[in-house]
Design a binder for this molecule. Sequence first.
Ligand code: NAD
Length: 271
Amino acid sequence: MKNFRGKTVLITGSAGGIGRKLAIALAKEGAKLVFTDVKANDLNDAAEEARKAGATSAHAYPLDVTNTDAILAFRDKVHADVGPLDMLVNNAGVVFGGPFLEIPLERHLLTFKVNTMGPVAMTHTFLKDLVSKPEAHLVNIASASGFIGLPNGSTYAASKWSVIGFSESIRLELEQQGNGHVKVTTVCPSYIATGMFEGVKTPFMTPMLTPDGLVASMVAAIRRDDLFVLEPPLVRTLPILKGVLPQKAFYWVAQRLGVSSSMNSWKGHGK
Ligand SMILES: NC(=O)c1ccc[n+]([C@@H]2O[C@H](COP(=O)([O-])OP(=O)(O)OC[C@H]3O[C@@H](n4cnc5c(N)ncnc54)[C@H](O)[C@@H]3O)[C@@H](O)[C@H]2O)c1
């Protein structure tokens, strides 16, 4: 998507973190923002920040992406208030770090519900909007952990592998259907300083990304219709290394670089 002015952009999980930063960056470009989050408290504040930053309009709605009935009712409300979307950003996410058996099963399942089923439900609900527009974009926030096993973050990594598979498949399907004007970008960053991964030990040559830096890369990638955002640069080598190295050698390297132990000291948002 070359020009964001007047484009209606819905971002899930945009009360804070990357979602809010991306919304404000697009507000500066004159987009119409639709903020949604399960955290209702910060939403109006985020919308106000977007208006001040130059958004053509900014609406805020509490929405839990795991509640499929609520998503359907929400679509009617969004259509009545702002009309069909030009861009959907599936950003909402959760992580529960720790040894697999020490995390209650419901948290593992919630990880899939928010991170994987949420994007599927939101895309199913809003894809017709995107197809109806002459220029449209679907952005799915996955993770670098979608390319590599993550001890103490097993279901988080699994949920993001799933997002990568979903995102690539939808893109190819849209192209096959003659709907290639709906561009799809899959975002796979390593650790970002939003608090979600507070306490992790970042791997070698993988500095903690700043939210502003990642958002700048995302906006540039969306403008160029890039298929992927892989940040920092070392993440770009992951799929190549995994393809060429024997599996045991690949994970030996991952251990040496500190990827496999990075989650051992995870604290997260501390809730
Ligand atoms: N922070 C990182 O290091 C990192 C790295 C790679 C990928 N990511 C991904 O980037 C995205 C944004 O993460 P962030 O770092 O901004 O984290 P964050 O915790 O600051 O933001 C996540 C947002 O999602 C919202 N959310 C959680 N459950 C929800 C639900 N059921 N319905 C709607 N909203 C919900 C939260 O309230 C929060 O506002 C996530 O998908 C995350 O997995 C983050």
